[in-house]
Design a protein around this ligand. Structure first.
Ligand SMILES: NC(=O)c1ccc[n+]([C@@H]2O[C@H](COP(=O)([O-])OP(=O)(O)OC[C@H]3O[C@@H](n4cnc5c(N)ncnc54)[C@H](OP(=O)(O)O)[C@@H]3O)[C@@H](O)[C@H]2O)c1
Length: 430
């Protein structure tokens, strides 16, 4: 039986969830894993707010130092969120000789490489299973389960808020604004949900998946990111008519040792496994060269699923400590399995494009002419009913084209007098 003493920093949604689960399951975990986990200190700025779990007063403190410098504590669990002061806390935890567990994707996408290197240098462990996909064990799968594979592709629906909004728009024909309001009133979106709907949160998580899957260090600013705010209900409807669903996808794709990293709304064939991932659920599709296609599906957020992942890290760290092999078991491999990050301009995909044009002869010919000039060929075109004041939506699916060419073509098309609104283009995968 190995006993580990844990100090928790951040007693909010996830912190309280972890404390509750650890209190309720201490005996169960002892029997199941051979690890006896004791919480010896909980730190939070705010000790007044009532939490969903009762803890003895002497466990609580406002002072981070009481966790970092307590010689009894083996593992510091950071559940406060944000980059600062979480980064200093992570580094100081390690310098104090303690192992570090976190659910903080913002911190790791900003400073992961520095934290992992220091941990390795000092022979300490960093657990971060809860930082991507909540309760889904994707980090351990990439680090251990797929270790024999060169990863070719990762597709992730890794932001529950955006997935909930797109599901509501698709199922109930709602506008983006109305769907967002429902997400907020159901507690699936925070009042300030900009990081979720802008794709920023997915980019944080994709940077971690890229590090694990390809050994490539990419900060969120290196990842092309588009959110879902420009998606209109009519695009979802037109996509559906053509047999596609629209999902906010985080994509890591390797071709000829170049890696594409991008987050954007994406048309996926309805028969693709990810198209049926709805509501707040997350899913991650991984293709490895030995293992082939795999799909991980589950709850990507919430106190209970996230605490499942945090506790799995505490147990894993405790087991590694008891074997005395932290130095060998690197938190992360920096073996590069791709040479270069492609720029978005180099990416080639198919496109769904919606033009809003005046209903008069010759417009379609002009659009087709400009696309042809940039080598973009059309796979399919439909002219919809007039929407308003003689403006007619023209929906096109293209064959594969480069982003650079598509951007130039759309700029030229949008400057035509017959175009009433900026055209909408959504990339297609699968
Ligand atoms: N919520 C989820 O479903 C979910 C899922 C996966 C991962 N995560 C990650 O888990 C982490 C925690 O998220 P959460 O939803 O639990 O956030 P939360 O409810 O806001 O809890 C964070 C807690 O930490 C406290 N805190 C902030 N700065 C502190 C400091 N310097 N010293 C001590 N306490 C401090 C906060 O106090 P104040 O409220 O007074 O600021 C709050 O009580 C984040 O990294 C998040 O990305 C969350």
């Amino acid at each position: 039986m190995r006993k580990v003493n844990v100090g928790i920093i951040g007693f909010g949604t996830i912190g309280a969830g972890v404390v509750k689960a650890l209190k309720e399951r201490r005996k169960f975990l002892r029997e199941k894993s051979g690890i006896d986990i004791e919480i010896v200190r909980i730190c939070d700025k705010d000790l007044k707010t009532k939490r969903p779990v009762n803890v003895a007063k002497p466990l609580l403190t406002k002072f981070v130092g009481k966790v970092l410098y307590d010689p009894k504590i083996d593992i510091v669990v950071e559940l406060m969120g944000g980059v600062h002061p979480a980064k200093d806390i992570a580094l100081e935890t390690l310098r104090s000789g303690k192992h570090f567990v976190t659910a903080n994707k913002a911190l790791l996408s900003d400073s992961g490489a520095e934290i992992f290197s220091l941990a390795h240098e000092l022979g300490l462990c960093v657990g971060f299973e809860a930082s991507v996909g909540g309760g889904i064990p994707i980090i351990r799968a990439l680090k251990e389960g797929f270790v024999a594979n060169h990863i070719d592709l990762i597709y992730g629906i890794i932001n529950g808020t955006s997935n909930f909004i797109l599901t509501k728009m698709s199922e109930d024909g709602l506008s983006f604004e109305d769907a967002l309001q429902i997400a907020q009133s159901n507690g699936y979106a925070e009042r300030n949900s900009s990081l979720d709907i802008s794709g920023g949160d997915s980019a944080h998580k994709l940077s971690l998946l890229a590090l694990l899957g390809f050994g490539i260090e990419a900060r969120p600013k290196d990842i092309y990111t588009e959110g879902i705010t420009e998606i209109e209900a009519c695009d979802i409807e037109y996509a559906k008519e053509m047999g596609y669903a629209i999902k906010l996808l985080a994509i890591a794709k390797r071709s000829n040792n170049d890696l594409e990293l991008r987050v954007h709304p994406t048309l996926l064939p309805q028969k693709h496994l990810l198209s049926s991932v709805n509501d707040v659920y997350n899913a991650i599709f991984v293709k490895g060269d030995l293992v082939g296609d795999n799909l991980f599906y589950g709850k990507g957020a919430g106190a209970a699923p996230t605490s499942s992942a945090v506790i799995s890290d505490i147990v894993a760290v405790a087991k590694t400590i008891s074997k005395g092999c932290c130095k060998v078991d690197r938190c992360i491999s920096f073996t590069k399995d791709a040479d270069r990050l492609k720029s978005i301009a180099e990416v080639r995909t198919r496109y769904y494009v919606r033009f809003s044009a005046i209903d008069k002869p010759g417009v379609l010919a002009k659009i087709s002419g400009i696309l042809a000039k940039y080598g973009i060929s059309i796979a399919h075109v439909t002219q919809k009913q007039r929407k308003s004041q003689k403006v007619v939506p023209i929906i096109m699916m293209t064959h594969e084209a480069s982003e650079r060419d598509m951007a130039k073509a759309l700029k030229e098309i949008d400057s035509l007098g017959a175009m009433k609104k900026k055209s909408v283009r959504i990339r297609v995968e699968g």
